[in-house]
Design a protein around this ligand. Structure first.
Ligand SMILES: NC(=O)c1ccc[n+]([C@@H]2O[C@H](COP(=O)([O-])OP(=O)(O)OC[C@H]3O[C@@H](n4cnc5c(N)ncnc54)[C@H](OP(=O)(O)O)[C@@H]3O)[C@@H](O)[C@H]2O)c1
Length: 218
């Protein structure tokens, strides 16, 4: 797949690198320095290059949106026409000082994003894990026991693409349903952040859902 990265920071830089190493074609865009984008592309050791958000969006099979909530409008404007494009959104609707969700309960960042770009196909994914765990999960991707990763969205084709990208990183994709479920997954991330950054075991944290009992049993 050709994947455009909109926001090449902690999340976008690492996920883009992983997808390039997994064999995808990646365009890194949107950082404050072009040198940084070029370095990321070089160090990805795969089919990766640096470009503008417009370059990243053009001919992309999927886009990753990974910017601070306050930068969403700017990066979308620079990306141009996103009609029909699957946008995998890991951005959280945090307030300016990152202390709280600015949208929650009756809506979510991903739903607000879908309203901004109604012709695109938004899938909420990757926002429930800290960036620090991504390379570790990728390194362990051949293990049978994989961490879970919830995702949700309203468009079946884009969800299929997101699930493939989730699997490529080394997670077990868990389809949580329509995009409005992001109202629950986004606050769940605040819990994960609490455990990752306020606990004393470090931020390399992922989660795994387990089911007990078989369907139809008892
Ligand atoms: N980090 C995590 O563990 C994590 C986990 C879950 C969800 N999220 C969410 O994912 C999103 C991205 O988080 P992140 O930690 O990856 O953020 P980040 O490291 O700050 O990355 C944001 C990217 O946007 C770029 N940027 C910011 N202002 C810009 C401007 N004026 N012009 C051009 N580029 C600009 C940054 O450029 P520079 O590279 O030059 O700084 C950076 O590449 C956020 O919404 C966050 O809430 C993050």
């Amino acid at each position: 797949m050709r994947i455009g990265i909109l926001g090449s920071g902690l999340m976008g830089g690492k996920l883009g690198t992983i997808w390039a190493r997994a064999g995808h074609e990646v365009v890194f865009s949107y950082a404050r320095s072009e040198q940084k984008l070029k370095k990321l592309a070089r160090e990805a050791q795969g089919n990766a290059k640096a470009g503008t958000p417009g370059d990243a969006a053009r001919q992309a099979d999927a886009l990753l949106l990974a910017v601070h909530w306050s930068r969403v409008d700017d990066v979308l404007k620079q990306a141009g026409d996103l009609s029909g494009k699957p946008i995998v959104n890991c951005s959280l609707p945090m307030n300016a000082d990152d202390t709280d969700l600015a949208i929650a309960h009756t809506s979510s960042g991903s739903e607000a994003l879908a309203r901004k770009v109604p012709k695109a196909r938004v899938v909420s994914a990757f926002n429930t894990v800290p960036s620090e765990v991504l390379f570790g999960v990728f390194a362990a991707r051949r293990r049978a026991r994989k961490p879970s990763l919830v995702y949700c969205g309203d468009d079946a084709r884009s969800k299929k693409i997101a699930a493939e990208l989730i699997r490529d990183v080394g997670f077990d994709p868990v389809d949580a349903g329509p995009l409005r479920i992001a109202r629950y997954t986004e606050p769940f991330t605040v819990l994960i952040a609490q455990l990752a950054y306020e606990g004393d075991e470090g931020p390399e944290l992922a989660y795994r859902f387990e089911r007990f009992g078989r369907k139809g049993a008892n």
